[in-house]
Design a protein around this ligand. Structure first.
Ligand SMILES: Cc1cc2nc3c(=O)[nH]c(=O)nc-3n(C[C@H](O)[C@H](O)[C@H](O)COP(=O)(O)O)c2cc1C
Length: 172
C-alpha cells in the first residue's frame, strides 16, 4: 500500500488533533506534517489536506500549498477537510451549507477528490482579549456558548472515524 500524507495548518491545535486521529485510524503508513514541513509530494500515493477557519478565512499558507502542488494533488486524488465552528450545527457540515468550504472549493482551481467538514473547538480560556470578545460576540449572534471560562470541543469524532473508514475502503 502506498504512503499517505496528512498535510495541515492549525492555529490552536484542533486541526492537528484531527489529523493525528485520522492517522491513527487510517490503515497503512501515514505521515502527518505541517504545510511548511513539506517539500514534495512524490513519496505519497494519497494526500489529505486539513485547515481551519479564522475570521471567515482559510490561511494564505493553504492557498500557497495548493497552488504550488496543484498537479500532484490532482494526480494523487487528494482530499480536503475544513475545520470551523459553524459546523457545530450538523447541517453546516454539508459543503453546500458551509460558506467557507464552499467558497474555498469555488475559489481554488484544484478540485479535491473528497471534501469533508469537521466542527472545531472553542478554546475561550486560551484566546487573547480581542479574540475572546470577538468570538463571544459571534457566539451570541449565532446562539452559541458565551461563557468564556469554559472550553468546548465540538468535533464529532464519529464523523472523523467515518471519513477514515472511507479512506480505508478506497485505499489502493
Ligand atoms: C480568532 C478566531 C476566529 C475564528 N473565526 C471563525 C469563523 O469565522 N467561523 C467559524 O466557523 N469558526 C471560526 N473560528 C473557530 C475555529 O475555526 C475553531 O476554533 C477551530 O477549531 C480552530 O482550529 P485550529 O485550532 O486547528 O486552528 C475562529 C476561532 C478563532 C480563535
Amino acid at each position: 500500500m502506498s504512503k499517505i500524507l496528512i498535510a495541515y495548518s492549525t492555529v490552536d491545535g484542533q486541526t492537528r488533533k484531527i489529523s493525528h486521529q485520522l492517522a491513527s485510524e487510517i490503515k497503512g503508513e501515514v505521515e502527518v506534517k505541517k504545510f511548511e514541513e513539506i517539500d514534495s509530494l512524490d513519496d505519497y500515493g494519497k494526500v489529505i489536506i486539513g485547515s481551519s477557519i479564522r475570521y471567515g478565512k482559510f490561511p494564505k499558507k493553504l492557498f500557497r500549498f495548493v497552488e504550488k502542488n496543484k498537479t500532484s494533488l490532482e494526480e494523487k486524488q487528494a482530499d480536503f477537510f475544513g475545520v470551523n465552528l459553524i459546523a457545530r450545527n450538523p447541517e453546516k457540515c454539508l459543503v453546500e451549507n458551509n460558506v467557507y468550504v464552499r467558497k474555498f472549493v469555488e475559489k481554488t482551481s484544484w478540485k479535491p477528490n473528497e471534501v469533508v467538514i469537521f466542527a472545531g473547538a472553542l478554546n475561550y480560556t486560551t484566546y487573547n482579549l480581542f479574540d475572546k470578545k470577538m468570538i463571544q460576540l459571534i457566539m451570541k449572534i449565532t446562539e452559541g456558548p458565551t461563557d468564556a471560562s469554559v472550553d468546548l470541543e465540538f468535533t464529532n469524532w464519529e464523523d472523523v472515524s467515518s471519513y477514515a473508514d472511507k479512506v480505508n475502503s478506497e485505499a489502493k
